[in-house]
Write a protein that binds this ligand. Structure first.
Ligand SMILES: Nc1ncnc2c1ncn2[C@@H]1O[C@H](COP(=O)(O)OP(=O)(O)OP(=O)(O)O)[C@@H](O)[C@H]1O
Length: 234
């Protein structure tokens, strides 16, 4: 599937009484762009991802994926904060469940792309937390390799594993060029992975900063990363 554009124009999103989470919130994303959404806890990042994924339809306004309403468009590949694998299915079966057209060889290929060649027959409890997270990335690629929605995909991994996953994701993005919406608390994820960082603030949430990161991911050395970090802290 080719990478789609994403057009978010939410007139209002609220839960119960009180100020809405989003009011007149607009964000357009070009095909093949990696956007990192940063902002304080509770501002509405995960809620926005669920709306983009067509899971939460209780809002006014529109979210369009290649000009098709999100609820009707092919669902994105979603990586949740935890791996959420079905424990009674093998890694391979978990991946194939996301795409009924995917044959065994296709699923094995995806697992090897995330560094799990030969582990397809293992059940989730036989895999480490980091490996389970890799299976969930393979599952997302099986579901929709053109549009990935990632909700804190490295949270609760130790620093070394998180760095390993980040590298894997950067390689996957560079190989496939999907459109990506990545929610993270971690500036490091943003400066290493994103083409564009959106900082959210306030209630209703507004775009407090919209920063383009122009250096290709593979060329971001420590000096470039430092400059990006400084721009975000400013
Ligand atoms: N299903 C729901 N019903 C009622 N309130 C909800 C629901 N889902 C989220 N909220 C509220 O909406 C607000 C935004 O939640 P959300 O999870 O989108 O924030 P977030 O920015 O992703 O936070 P975090 O970074 O902590 O994951 C919070 O105040 C939360 O309590």
């Amino acid at each position: 599937m080719a990478a789609p554009s994403l057009n978010i124009a939410v007139t209002e999103k609220r839960f119960g009484v009180g100020a809405p989470l989003f009011a007149d919130f607009n964000l357009s994303i070009e095909p093949g762009t990696v956007v990192a959404l940063l902002g304080p806890s509770g501002i509405g990042k995960s809620s926005l991802l669920r709306m983009v994924a067509g899971i939460d339809r209780a809002f006014s306004g529109s979210i369009a994926i290649d000009a098709v309403a999100a609820a009707q468009a092919p669902a994105p590949g979603f990586v949740f904060q935890d791996a959420r694998l079905l424990p009674w299915l093998t890694a391979l079966e978990n991946v194939r469940l996301a795409n009924r057209d995917l044959d065994q060889a296709g699923a094995e290929n995806l697992l090897s792309q995330v560094g799990l060649a030969g582990r397809g027959g293992d059940f989730p409890h036989q895999l480490s937390g980091g490996m389970q997270r890799r299976v969930s990335l393979a599952r997302a690629l099986a579901a929709n390799p053109g549009l990935l929605v990632l909700d804190e995909p490295f949270v609760s991994l130790d620093a070394a594993l998180a760095a390993e996953m980040r590298t894997l994701l950067a390689e996957t993005i560079d190989a496939r060029r999907p459109t990506v919406l990545l929610v993270t608390h971690n500036v490091e994820d943003g400066v290493r992975l994103a083409d564009r960082i959106i900082l959210l603030a306030g209630r209703p949430a507004q775009i407090a900063a919209d920063v383009a990161l122009d250096t290709p991911r593979s060329e971001r050395n420590e000096a470039v990363l430092d400059a990006y970090r400084a721009r975000l802290m400013a």
